[in-house]
Design a protein around this ligand. Structure first.
Ligand SMILES: [Zn+2]
Length: 388
């Protein structure tokens, strides 16, 4: 089943679980994004809604909670050029049968809202007036919260008793990928607003599942696993980038849900106290957002590698590798080169070459970061909204 089909079927299941209502729930009929001046968001409802709008403390998110509303199966995202909004997501609201729409904002200006009656239903108009010279300045006592760093978990493959692949002259994969990981960490550390977390900083064995845990515990925005594997013939060479396959993601989602009675956490939220249906919707939302972000990031890294290195697979590859299975941390695995190729084996031990590889991955990460809000990913924000 593909993502969409899964989400639709989950939503249908959710719908069938709703207790009978005296009146039909309000439906969101359509969402329109207007980029003019002022930029607007128009939400058409099937009837006059009872709603509540709030903004997060950092003004980065608008929450619209609608009472007695039907869950949404799909949402029209704002165009990339929309001046005020970056994304929209939906969740079941706090109250029973309520719907929560979360709008990720690009600007901190306070929006204005009004309800307009339509021949059939009603329209909620949210608009962002241009910031004039009379715009109220923040109170001098309120110190701006330092922006959260963009955390990159760097996973040097293998380690300890697990040597990884071995090159023709005996170079070990675990050693060269650690060297590249350290160089990548150095570049990230030197970049303002970014912070590296090394899954292993020395030559020791780390269980695959534990690698995911490190990334999730450090609330990483991105997980990058570095490898240099071997092939049966020595002439194969070039870099490749992998992200989690749909099959791998779905089986992991099932595993999470099966485990939700225990301590499974999704973006910091305990699935345990959610109903089974809500938990599966949350897992699915997070999974889809994470897969999408992973592909975006992987594409950028592959593009940067292509500038200076031979590429083995020209497209981002899909695989079910365990280290890619965080459903709330965008993840990729980079095969830097084939250690089985004598030329690449030699290159992999060359500090200058290692620098260039680390630099290419770093540039790809920066390009991805520039496109994402320098903040918490949507799924984590959703989870935070769920907590409040
Ligand atoms: Zn490997």
């Amino acid at each position: 089943m593909n993502n969409k089909a899964l989400l639709v079927s989950l939503t249908l299941i959710l719908l069938t679980y709703l207790p009978p209502l005296s009146a039909a729930p309000i439906r969101v009929k359509s969402i329109h994004w207007k980029g003019g001046s002022p930029p607007r968001l128009l939400i058409d409802f099937s009837a006059l809604p009872v709603y509540r709008i709030s903004r997060s403390a950092d003004a980065g998110r608008l929450t619209i909670e609608v009472n007695d509303a039907a869950p949404m199966t799909s949402l029209i995202q704002p165009p990339a050029a929309h001046p005020a909004a970056a994304r929209i997501g939906s969740l079941p609201g706090k109250a029973a049968n309520s719907l929560r729409l979360l709008v990720e904002l690009k600007i901190s200006a306070a929006p204005k809202y009004r309800i307009e009656k339509l021949p059939e239903g009603a329209r909620l108009v949210v608009e962002w007036p241009p910031a004039g010279p009379e715009a109220p300045k923040p109170a001098p006592t309120a110190k701006p919260k330092p922006a959260r760093a963009f955390v990159v978990a760097i996973d040097a493959g293998h380690g300890g008793k697990d040597t990884g692949a071995i090159g023709p002259t005996g170079v070990l994969e675990k050693d060269v990928v650690l060297a590249i990981a350290r160089k990548l960490a150095g570049l990230i550390r030197a970049e303002p607003g970014m912070r590296p977390v090394l899954v292993r900083s020395g030559d020791h064995f780390v269980d695959l599942r534990h690698r995911l845990e490190v990334a999730r515990k450090s609330r990483a925005d991105l997980f990058v696993s570095l490898h240099a594997d071997a092939y049966v013939t020595g002439d194969v060479r070039g870099s490749s980038v992998f992200t989690l396959s749909e099959h791998g993601a779905s089986s992991e989602a099932a595993r999470w849900l099966a485990d939700s009675e225990n301590a499974a956490l999704l973006g910091g939220v305990k699935l345990k106290d959610k109903g089974k249906m809500l938990a599966s919707v949350l897992v699915d939302l997070s999974k889809n957002a994470t897969l999408e972000a992973s592909d975006k990031a992987a594409f950028k890294v592959l593009r940067e590698l292509r500038r200076n290195f031979q590429i083995h697979h020209q497209e981002v590859q899909k695989a079910g590798f365990v280290v890619l299975k965080s459903l709330d941390v965008p993840s990729m695995l980079v095969e830097t080169a084939f250690i089985s190729n004598p030329v690449e084996e030699r290159n992999l031990t060359n500090p200058k070459h290692q620098d260039q590889l680390a630099r290419a991955v770093f540039n790809g990460i920066c390009a991805y970061r520039a496109e994402t809000r320098p903040n918490t990913p949507l799924d984590v924000r959703m989870a935070e909204a769920e907590k409040n």
